[in-house]
Design a binder for this molecule. Structure first.
Ligand SMILES: *[C@@H]1O[C@H](CO)[C@@H](O)[C@H](O)[C@H]1NC(C)=O
Ligand SMILES: *[C@@H]1O[C@H](CO)[C@@H](O)[C@H](O)[C@H]1NC(C)=O
Ligand SMILES: *[C@@H]1O[C@H](CO)[C@@H](O)[C@H](O)[C@H]1NC(C)=O
Ligand SMILES: *[C@@H]1O[C@H](CO)[C@@H](O)[C@H](O)[C@H]1NC(C)=O
Ligand SMILES: *[C@@H]1O[C@H](CO)[C@@H](O)[C@H](O)[C@H]1NC(C)=O
Ligand SMILES: *[C@@H]1O[C@H](CO)[C@@H](O)[C@H](O)[C@H]1NC(C)=O
Ligand SMILES: *[C@@H]1O[C@H](CO)[C@@H](O)[C@H](O)[C@H]1NC(C)=O
Length: 454
């Protein structure tokens, strides 16, 4: 009797365990990542007849996803390929990333003008940079090349037109004067620029990029968007000289800066300054965003007031912490155990939906929470695939095997004001105002309890 009961109990337990993914071995990690990637791509139909290559359904109100998130998804899938070796999606990644370059090959396609921020452009630029760094197959010669695309994004953002003197410098959030949010300078726009600068410096060895990264970091500190304790706040308005700081903290801000800092540490051959900055920012990030060592989007997760955008931040957090340990190996002992614990919680949420394996968002509950979307899948994909970071090659440079062709002048022929000249359609305007409403609502939602009294 007793032995039968135990056998049954063991079977039941096994049944329950099998319902969730395993990440116990390298082959489990690859299998899990493959399934999560497949489920992620169910949100993408850009490779079907009559659809637009490169984009998830959107931007709102046409679908849930703003343009930037698609750029982020291709980066997630490039990392997936790098970590697992599964090249099943490489062709659609390449098609997507080339379709969206825009007429000046700088990731400013006119279709998305109404919601085109420096951060949106920056996310596509960082995915192009990632392709160059990982030796992702180079596009045919006649097509734009990964490194040149990253340089084009960087160069358009380094242009004096994008850096006015309000708030003592820095990039505005939106690129075009006509967009809501043009009067806002924020951490993510400057973080993408910083990150690209640091990575271009390391890849090409050109100090100019590093100088821009240094300037951007110093500006973030001077304006108080990054405080003495390495908290990073969302941003502030130019009409207030950026002193009306929105104190909401989002994990992608920390992630984008800590990865850039780790690259600067590497580029400077392990300088004390960048070692100290990287260490402090990583420590602050683990403290704020990993309670109990599980990723937590502190500004919106408790009450599930996260927007579609915010539902994807944990993936960048995991991926960029992982990559940081490649270029700043001293971080590995602190960071990797946390990423492991967090990833275990992440996969425990993937038991939902009709397929029984849809991933949720509230990882700390270790159970499916009823939500689903490209963000949720992308987060888990990033967390699981980057568990293989120690088996992966570190990011390449031009002198260590990188083959992507650059162009230091890429983007310099871009007409930064094209958005002004082009008449906005009613659809564009609706898109822009919805964006603002979402931002206002989320700012109110998060401020209610986050504000420290500014
Ligand atoms: C689009 O890509 C997905 C994922 O690779 C694939 O399953 C699907 O067959 C493709 N669709 C077309 C029309 O090529
Ligand atoms: C822009 O929109 C048009 C019309 O929907 C579409 O044909 C084209 O592929 C889009 N281009 C990009 C870069 O999204
Ligand atoms: C990158 O390497 C190639 C081949 O060695 C060289 O021709 C090129 O000048 C290098 N580019 C930079 C920016 O260093
Ligand atoms: C370094 O980058 C800057 C900024 O893009 C560019 O103007 C300069 O020509 C580059 N220098 C070299 C040696 O490639
Ligand atoms: C605006 O902010 C910058 C950066 O904090 C500061 O250097 C500058 O003095 C401020 N200007 C005014 C007019 O307060
Ligand atoms: C890093 O070290 C290399 C090799 O000694 C040197 O060529 C390079 O200039 C150094 N880089 C910096 C930013 O100091
Ligand atoms: C820079 O990164 C490489 C990996 O690309 C690593 O081997 C090297 O140790 C790093 N440099 C420092 C100073 O940590």
């Amino acid at each position: 009797m007793a032995s039968t009961w135990f056998a049954l109990a063991a079977l039941t337990a096994a049944g329950i365990t099998n319902a969730a993914y395993s990440i116990a071995t390298t082959s489990d990690i690859k299998q899990t990542a493959a399934n999560v990637a497949w489920d992620l791509l169910q949100y993408y139909n850009g490779n079907e007849t009559g659809q637009t290559p490169g984009i998830l359904p959107g931007p709102p109100p046409a679908g849930d996803y703003y343009w930037w998130e698609s750029g982020a998804m291709w980066g997630t899938l490039i990392d997936y390929w790098k970590y697992t070796g599964d090249s099943s999606y490489n062709d659609i990644i390449t098609q997507a990333m080339l379709w969206q370059v825009g007429p000046d090959e700088d990731y400013m396609p006119p279709n998305y003008t109404a919601s085109l921020g420096n951060d949106d452009q920056g996310f596509w630029g960082m995915s192009a940079m990632l392709a160059a760094e990982n030796g992702f197959p180079d596009p045919p010669e006649k097509e734009p090349q990964w490194l040149a695309l990253a340089q084009a994004v960087f160069n358009t953002q380094a242009d004096p037109q994008r850096h006015d003197s309000t708030c003592g410098g820095g990039l505005r959030w939106q690129i075009y004067l006509s967009n809501n949010g043009y009067d806002y300078k924020n951490s993510i726009a400057n973080g993408c620029f910083f990150n690209l600068g640091a990575r271009l410096a390391r890849y090409t060895g050109n100090q100019t990029y590093a100088d821009w990264a240094e300037t951007t970091w110093n500006w973030m500190r001077s304006v108080g968007f990054m405080d003495d304790d390495y908290n990073i706040y969302d941003g502030g308005h130019v009409q207030n000289n950026c002193t009306d700081i929105n104190r909401a903290q989002f994990s992608y801000n920390n992630a984008v800066f800590l990865l850039g800092a780790a690259y600067m540490y590497n580029y400077t051959n392990g300088s004390d300054t960048w070692k100290q900055r990287t260490t402090a920012l990583v420590d602050a990030t683990l403290k704020t965003f990993f309670p109990d060592n599980i990723a937590y989007e502190i500004a919106c997760e408790e009450h599930m007031s996260c927007t579609t955008d915010m539902l994807s931040f944990k993936g960048y957090l995991h991926r960029w912490l992982a990559t940081a340990t490649q270029v700043a190996p001293f971080l590995a002992d602190t960071v990797l155990p946390v990423l492991q614990t967090s990833a275990e919680a992440a996969v425990a949420t993937c038991t939902g939906g009709s397929n029984g394996r849809t991933c949720g968002f509230k990882w700390s509950t270790k159970a499916y929470d009823g939500t689903y979307g490209a963000g949720q899948q992308m987060n888990v994909l990033g967390a699981v695939s980057s568990l293989l970071v120690q088996e992966a090659k570190p990011p390449l440079t031009n002198s260590t095997g990188g083959t992507s062709k650059g162009d230091v002048n890429a983007g310099s022929h871009s007409d930064s004001s094209r958005g002004e000249l082009r008449e906005l359609t009613a659809g564009d305007k609706a898109g822009a105002s919805i964006l603002t409403i979402v931002i206002l609502v989320s700012a109110v939602g998060t401020f209610g309890w986050m504000s420290t009294g500014v």
